[in-house]
Design a protein around this ligand. Structure first.
Ligand code: MN
Length: 507
């Protein structure tokens, strides 16, 4: 899942989501202030034309330095994943891994832990040392414990998707699913390995699967991709082998909490056109403690990054914290009626790698007659990684996938997505692949308009109806000068050397 919390404080999420951009902006603002100061001082100099040339030269040098700094910061923030055998980790770095954990470790222990952390984006060293069946705090709202559910509920197949997951993390996901799902409701577990290179996910995992299947033949099924397909097509591969009437599609770094299944299966039994997300809590990537998250609906911004939303007013009015929360979209892990998922078109398999598919599914389900909801009584803890190991450039994939969603589903509002990404609507230069099949699906399902969706399902989403233009405002006579927000706290616009970074490329 791509999502990061937004409900607690907007500011902290902003920092998390765009840590790098923010740091660059700070550097940039600092630099602007220095630059203005230096121009002011140089303003006393006698040869203005020469001065401009010199300043421009200085500016380019500074921009180069900024670029360099950007790379350094990027590397620092992402803690670039490296293969364990290749990583030459320095045991005493100030990695975020050791901020709240591991002070008592030996230098050798720290070195090993850091190496694994850089590779996985979470503390696999610690995970290997925690029991697979560790207890979780019951974080359900208190009313959930008094609810009763029908005796007869549909069975579920749980699908776990992974690529190079730490074996102990994957096994803990499986264990918690088995331990905390009533046995008569859990038909099977399906593991989809999206072409991992990790050795421990080969023989050792097979050994484990054989052991379980020795007791319960066919209980764990394994699908292995011979080439990497990305999380989106992996989910669909898992769905294809599932045989229970309901399918749960999950990341493989989760722990199921007690009583998660009954509320979900009850809601789907009542209405098979409901797609359900559990409520998520966080497993901290460093010390693996469980952090309770507030109840939230799941939505997205105009770049189509998912975000948590405050539950709608109508939900608060109920004054019942066990009630389902209507949700405009999904953050990525969900439970769905197996047949219905096919009827509405699975996921967009023309999307690549990661991101956007969850938003597309949410929009599609609503526009085409179904619904999405989050259940407070069904809780799953999920590891939010410190960095993602799948690909170096996640953003490019998310952007491409977002444009597919915009083109197929958003009608006149597709302009908002282009605007948010700050790219032209015509000739964007981005190949979004073939969308004819998805457009045909929309027609075949006779889906409602995106305007209907915004008004009826996602009124919190801001519409921009009065935008005349967006992008960079460039001086036509001196084309290296652009309009910029300026260094003052009031952001009085100034003319400035074009650098294409966010203070100039506005919407
Ligand atoms: Mn995840």
């Amino acid at each position: 899942m791509v999502c990061t919390r937004k409900t607690k404080t907007l500011v902290s999420t902003c920092v998390i989501l765009s840590g790098m951009t923010n740091i660059i902006c700070l550097l940039y603002v600092g630099w602007v202030t220095n630059y203005i100061a230096s121009v002011y001082v140089r303003g006393q100099e006698p040869a203005p034309d020469k001065k401009l040339e010199e300043d421009k030269g200085d500016t380019l040098k500074i921009i180069e330095r900024l670029d360099h700094l950007e790379n350094v910061i990027k590397q620092h923030i992402q803690e670039a994943p490296a293969k364990p055998e290749e990583a030459e980790a320095e045991p005493f770095t100030d990695s975020s891994l050791f901020a709240h954990w591991g002070q008592e470790l030996s230098p050798e222990g720290r070195r090993m832990a850091l190496k694994q952390f850089q590779y996985y984006g979470y503390n696999a060293y610690l995970s290997d040392r925690l029991p697979l069946d560790r207890p979780l705090p019951d974080l359900r709202p208190s009313g959930c414990r008094n609810l009763s559910f029908p005796d007869s509920l549909p069975e579920v197949s749980i699908v776990f998707i992974f690529v190079n997951e730490a074996l102990s993390v994957l096994l803990r996901s499986i264990h918690s699913a088995i331990e905390r799902t009533p046995p008569h409701l859990l038909k099977e577990i399906i593991l989809v390995d999206d072409n991992s290179s990790n050795e421990e996910l080969k023989e050792k995992l097979t050994e484990y699967v054989n052991k379980v299947n020795g007791q319960k033949p066919g209980f764990i099924k394994v699908v292995r991709h011979s080439k990497q397909e990305g999380l989106i097509r992996s989910r669909v591969s898992g769905w294809r082998v599932a045989t229970a009437p309901v399918v749960a599609l999950f990341d493989a770094h989760v722990e199921f909490n007690v009583g998660w299944a009954e509320p979900v299966l009850t809601r789907i039994k009542e209405n098979r056109k409901r797609i359900i997300s559990p409520s998520f809590d966080n497993i901290k990537y460093d010390n693996f403690e469980i952090e309770e998250y507030p109840l939230a609906a799941q939505g997205f911004d105009w770049e189509l990054w998912c975000r948590y939303l405050n539950p709608p007013k109508a939900w608060w009015k109920l004054e019942n914290s066990t009630a389902p929360i209507r949700s405009p979209a999904l953050i990525g892990c969900f439970i769905v009626d197996r047949q219905y998922f096919q009827e509405i078109g699975l996921l967009d398999e023309g999307m690549e790698v990661y991101g956007g598919e969850n938003v597309e599914l949410g929009i599609r389900v609503w526009q085409c007659g179904g619904s999405v909801e989050v259940l407070p009584c069904s809780r799953i803890a999920h590891i939010e990684r410190a960095h993602k190991p799948y690909t170096e450039d996640l953003t490019a994939h998310v952007r491409r996938n977002a444009l597919r969603v915009a083109e197929v589903w958003m009608d006149e509002f597709k302009s908002h997505v282009y605007m948010a990404w700050n790219i032209p609507q015509e000739d964007s230069g981005i190949d979004i692949g073939d969308i004819t099949a998805r457009k045909a699906l929309r027609k075949q399902l006779q889906c409602k308009t995106f305007r209907w969706y915004l008004v009826s399902v996602y009124p919190e989403m801001r519409m921009y109806s009065d935008i005349i233009a967006y992008g960079v405002l460039q001086n036509s006579l001196k084309t290296d000068l652009c309009l910029d927000q300026g260094p003052d706290t009031e952001n009085v616009p100034i003319v400035y050397i074009c650098h294409g970074m966010t203070p100039q490329a506005t919407t």
